[in-house]
Structures are given as C-alpha cells and as structure tokens.
Design a protein around this ligand. Sequence first.
Ligand SMILES: Nc1ncnc2c1ncn2[C@@H]1O[C@H](COP(=O)(O)OP(=O)(O)O)[C@@H](O)[C@H]1O
Ligand SMILES: [Mg+2]
Length: 340
Amino acid sequence: MPQDQLTPMTSEPILEIRDLKTHFMLDTGTVRAVDGIDLTISRGKTLGVIGESGCGKSVTAHSILRLIPSPPGQIVNGQILLHRQGEVIDITRLQPKEAAIRQIRGADIGMIFQEPMTSFGPLHTIGDQIGETILTHQQAESAQSAREQVIELLRQVGIPNPEQRVDAYPHEFSGGMRQRAMIAMAISCSPMLLIADEPTTSLDVTIEAQILDLLVDLQEQTGMAIMLISHNLAVVSEMADNIAVMYLGKRVELGSTDAIFDNPLHPYTQGLWRSIPRVDGPLDKLIPIPGAVPSPRDRPTGCVFASRCDRFIEGTCDEPRPVPTLEVEPGHFVACYLYD
Ligand SMILES: Nc1ncnc2c1ncn2[C@@H]1O[C@H](COP(=O)(O)OP(=O)(O)O)[C@@H](O)[C@H]1O
Ligand SMILES: [Mg+2]
C-alpha cells in the first residue's frame, strides 16, 4: 500500500486513485495527460485539485467516470477504487458502456462541469432534464413525483420560484442560475461524491462566491465528499480539507489545506501562491510563474517542472528518472529533490 493511504487525513476513503496513468495515443505521439497519480478522497471531505490549464485535472476527473474518449484515450495503468457499502469497485476494470459505470455516474458520483451548457441540451426544459436523471436511476416512482423532487432540488440550490422555473429552458437561465441547476442535477440522486471541475470559472466573482457557499451548504446537509478542481488556488483553499497540486500529469504536492497554505514545499506550489492575490499579502507583489506548461508531448525527462523552476539543480533535476515522493511532515507529500 502506498504511504499516502496510511495517513490520518485519509481515514475513511470513498475513492482511492492509485498510480493512475491516462494517455492519449495520437499519430504525432503519446500524450501522457495523467502520468502516475495517487489521490484519496475521504467521506464527507473536500479534496481540492489545482494546477494550471493542461495539467491533467479534467482527464483525471473524466477517468474516474470513464468518460475518456477511446480511442485515442486509454487508462493504461492504475486503479480507481470506489468504496461503496462494504464493497470496493475498481472503476478502471469496468467497460465504459456497461450498466455498472452508468449506475456509478450520477448515483454514486455526481459531476458538474465548467460550462453548464455542456450538461443541458437546449431542447428540453431544465425540469425534464433533471427529472430524466432521477427516473433513469429509479429514484422516483413516476414522472409527477420526479417533477416534485426537481422542484425541491431547485429550491435547495437557491433558485427562486422553482415551481415556475422548473418549466424553463436552459437558455432562459442566467449563467449563475444554470450552474445552480447543474448542481441540482448532479446531486439529484444523492451521490456520495461530487466532482466539481472548475465549477465557477465562467462566472463573475460575486456569483462564484455564492456557488462555493452553496457547495459548502450542500456538503453540510448531505455529507457528500467533493473533489473540487480549479486552476485557482485561492478558490480551492477556501473550502478544501486537503489539496493536491498537479503539474503535467503528476501530483507534485499533497497536504492539508493548512499545510499547503502555511508551508508550501514544491517550487510550483510556491509559485502559484506568489501569482495570486492573498488576503494577507500585498497586491502589488504578484509574480506570475515564468514560462508556460510545456506540451505533454515534449515532457522534460527528469522533474516535470524543471524548465520553469527557480530552484533547478543541474545534474539532479534534469536526470532522466522519476522524482521520488517524500513525506516531509505527516500527511504532507512532495515530489522534489530539494527535500531528498
Ligand atoms: N481527447 C484528447 N485527445 C488528446 N489530448 C487530450 C485529450 N483530452 C485532453 N488531452 C490532453 O491532456 C492534457 C491534460 O488535459 P486536461 O486534463 O484537460 O487539463 P486541465 O488540467 O486543464 O483540466 C492536455 O495536454 C490536453 O491537451
Ligand atoms: Mg480542465
């Protein structure tokens, strides 16, 4: 068992990802979008996953739900273990179109995406689409009782006049309201885990704060775990219990939110903090991380962050070998030679 699984912060896991590798086999070469990550999500807790665009966050989320387009994508290694009422299911072993994974999607694991219009089709009312999900998972006896449940859900996510809004079409909702409706759909079958992939990225900051508050409220009411994916460390640190930092398909750091906030270890995490405004920091000192995430097709052979790292050690960080993951303090892991 990897060290991560033994730490107190992972006491009651509901989802364990072990050495997951999801690659895309393209004519031009293999894109190692997710390249050996370990993550654990505990019951009722929030795991934040952060990293710049292209680091493999969405591919991780889609791997969990077996939504990777294949070909060209493939889970080439690892396990995704879902703990459900005494049984453990390895999601990587399921066939993507099998009833088992369809049951898991929605009923055990709900998902909200960055752009709500991708979840709602334009031709049916919000109420019909959420109701359909409820009926598909046999959570209601009849269309009428599904409709009543939808109205209740819309109320729960803070949509005003749900009795009327249930019959609205997606385009009649504002961006914030559509995001609330999508959250209603994601929680309609009481999942034990909600995956929220950049749930507020297309919204303005006021609405963003409201949506994050809503997620916190729903978590308190339902006890569901949340995997909160964002490129914004500030957003994640507000509600996560633990944070995983991803870079180029690797988990470069993992720790409690306090540890990542007070004592970020990886130069990448330190760079992310320097690049965003902090309540306790001066606004004029924001320093973006220089350079850009390299294409996963020309990955550095040593540490994936080497090309942008301000603490690069020649002859060590560029050695073509995997960087060891070290537990620097209990529950706080980093993959960096500075701590070796
Ligand atoms: N269907 C696909 N075909 C080829 N490459 C893909 C596909 N989906 C994602 N990728 C690549 O995988 C990498 C990780 O993408 P993604 O997980 O979407 O990043 P993010 O962290 O921004 O969510 C990127 O380099 C992306 O181009
Ligand atoms: Mg993404």
